[in-house]
Design a binder for this molecule. Structure first.
Ligand code: PGA
Length: 254
């Protein structure tokens, strides 16, 4: 089965409104002929301007987090409606920085996923093990727990819309990416978990992205793997040249 190929940038807490708009306007012509889906998760403050700048391009703008409630007394949080209103079409959920620094639990992440799906924001659900967990040979246990807790009880017709990102925590922002073989093994495992929670068709259809120190130089080795359907890029998505190079390498799979 042909799966969607996705190159997603995660800008984290970087770029002002002006920097975001300039980046998008300069990037758009460089990737205009790519058949990959190109996503950029920008800071909340830049979503509106970024989505306007991305009009008439193949760049899709999204957010990096949301709250599971629709509105209310949640100081500092953002709702699905606010993201949609600003022009976001997708949202990253359960990034390891949210899990670790902000102590987000599997249950909390599940609620966010349900909310995003209900309100029509396409979720990129991040999963991945820490170095200690990998060394203790717990990678599969951790991935299974994170996926099961996030996806359990979600209606099958909604699960079709999700994107999964496998991001080994030890590879994020460290310059130490996983080898393509290590990543492929984890991706296959994630796909099998989704298949077990849904059915064979959805298990085959869901895109599973790799994230963790992806650069122009190593993108090809990941995208060549059978179960890797794209990448989620942090550091290298902040520079137009490196991000465009990653898009180019990933587009070769289509
Ligand atoms: P990195 O970040 O590419 O800088 O390792 C990836 C991510 O956090 O999604």
């Amino acid at each position: 089965m042909e799966r969607e190929i996705i190159v997603a940038g995660n800008w984290k807490m970087n770029k002002t409104i002006e920097e975001s708009v300039t980046f998008i306007k300069e990037l758009a012509p460089l990737i205009a002929t790519s058949r990959a889906s190109i996503f950029l998760a920008v800071p909340f403050t830049a979503i509106y301007a970024a989505s306007k700048a991305a009009e008439n391009s193949n760049i899709i703008i999204g957010g990096q987090n949301l709250h599971y409630e629709s509105e209310g007394a949640f100081t500092g949080e953002i709702s699905a409606l606010m993201l949609l209103d600003a022009g976001a079409e997708f949202v990253i959920i359960g990034h390891s920085e949210r899990r670790q620094i902000f102590k987000e639990s599997d249950e909390f992440i599940h609620k966010k996923l349900v909310k995003a799906l209900k309100d029509d924001l396409r979720p990129i659900l991040c999963v991945g093990e820490t170095l200690e967990e990998r060394e203790a040979k717990e990678t599969e246990v951790v991935l299974q727990r994170q996926l099961q807790k996030a996806l359990k009880g979600v209606p099958i017709e909604d699960l079709e819309k999700i994107i999964i990102a496998y991001e080994p925590v030890w590879a994020i922002g460290t310059g130490k990416s996983a080898t393509a073989e290590v990543a492929e093994k984890a991706h296959l495992f994630c796909r099998e978990q989704v298949r077990d929670l849904t059915n064979k068709v959805i298990g085959e259809k869901i895109p599973v992205l790799y994230g963790g120190s992806v650069k122009g130089e190593n993108a090809k080795q990941f995208i060549e793997q059978k179960n890797i359907d794209g990448v989620l890029v942090g550091g290298a998505s902040l520079q137009i040249k490196s991000f465009a190079e990653i898009v180019d390498k990933c587009s070769s799979k289509i």
